[in-house]
Design a protein around this ligand. Structure first.
Ligand code: PAF
Length: 287
């Protein structure tokens, strides 16, 4: 049976009583659930005895107040979607007061340099906010496994670094991006776009696919120029970055090395909505 808690104390008490001898999977979310979240929840159910999911729009990870105010909130629908997967789930929906009391502030973390590029540069303070809330949630739930989507690939590496540094005995499971049939990466923010805009936003994914196709014969710098020019020709996209980062340290690269794994990443603002996407690439040929 579904259990729904708003306070840390109630959730802890329930888990203390019910989770001994059981494996616990945790899916943290900010709500406005879509098929990407559903895939995380299904995987958590497949791999654990007990599944906990949180819905909490974390203010400290928004460096832009307007973005926070406009972040979609669809709690009733979220709960309905969750119940459709399984009624046997623990849902945690705390208030900001419950999570932060009077001190709505981030802690400061050293994320081994992973936070110094891309989203970290474009959204100052974002990853400290993510670290603060993820640490708190992981400490409350104490799961065996926690599930994060690869759409926020840098976040995934940040969370892995956090768990390693804090020596939390939690396995971080990365789950593939779920896409619309046209290729657009599923995101809660897509709900702020019209259907026509969502069709148009596929330009982001198409640009990543193009860059991957050309990667065999082009350097990262050439690809960067090509994609930046491609976006510059389209008036409705404000390209924040196109970068190619090595998955080991997430530093943007200037050359490809054979057999190394990379991530091609894009962030844009499109009709006031910030969208990100990425694709993996392994360089098998030498230029
Ligand atoms: O990816 C998200 O939805 C959020 O960044 C997370 C991990 C739930 C922390 O607020």
């Amino acid at each position: 049976m579904e259990r729904h808690f708003n306070t840390k104390e109630e959730l802890r008490a329930y888990l203390n009583f019910h989770s001994s001898e059981k494996s616990v999977g945790f899916v943290p979310t900010m709500g406005a659930l879509h098929q990407g979240h559903i895939s995380l929840l299904k995987r958590a159910f497949a791999e654990n005895d007990l599944v906990v999911s949180s819905i909490f729009v974390n203010p400290t990870q928004f460096n832009n107040q307007e973005d926070l105010i406009n972040y979609p909130s669809t709690l009733e629908n979220d709960l309905k979607l969750i119940r459709e997967i399984s009624k046997d789930i623990v849902v945690f929906t705390p208030s900001v007061q419950e999570m932060y009391q009077e001190n709505v502030q981030s802690k400061n973390y050293d994320f081994e340099g992973i936070d110094l590029h891309l989203e970290g540069l474009d959204r100052p303070g974002h990853f400290d906010g993510v670290g603060t809330i993820v640490e708190e949630l992981l400490r409350i739930v104490s799961p065996d496994k926690a599930y994060f989507g690869e759409k926020d690939f840098q976040q995934l590496l940040i969370v892995k670094s956090l768990v390693k540094q804090l020596q939390l005995p939690i396995e971080i499971i990365s789950c593939p991006i779920v896409r619309e049939s046209n290729g657009l990466a599923m995101s809660s923010r897509n709900s702020r776009l019209t259907e026509t805009q969502r069709d148009r936003a596929v330009f982001i994914y198409d640009s990543l696919v193009l860059a991957i196709e050309l990667a065999k014969n082009h350097s990262p710098q050439q690809l960067k120029e090509l994609i930046e020019n491609r976006f510059a020709k389209e008036g409705d996209f404000d390209l924040k970055y196109f970068e190619i980062a090595c998955v080991d340290n997430f530093i943007p690269v200037t050359e490809f090395i054979k057999n190394k794994h990379y991530r091609f990443l894009i962030a844009v603002v499109f009709h006031d909505v910030r969208l990100i996407d990425n694709i993996g690439y392994t360089h098998l040929e030498i230029n």
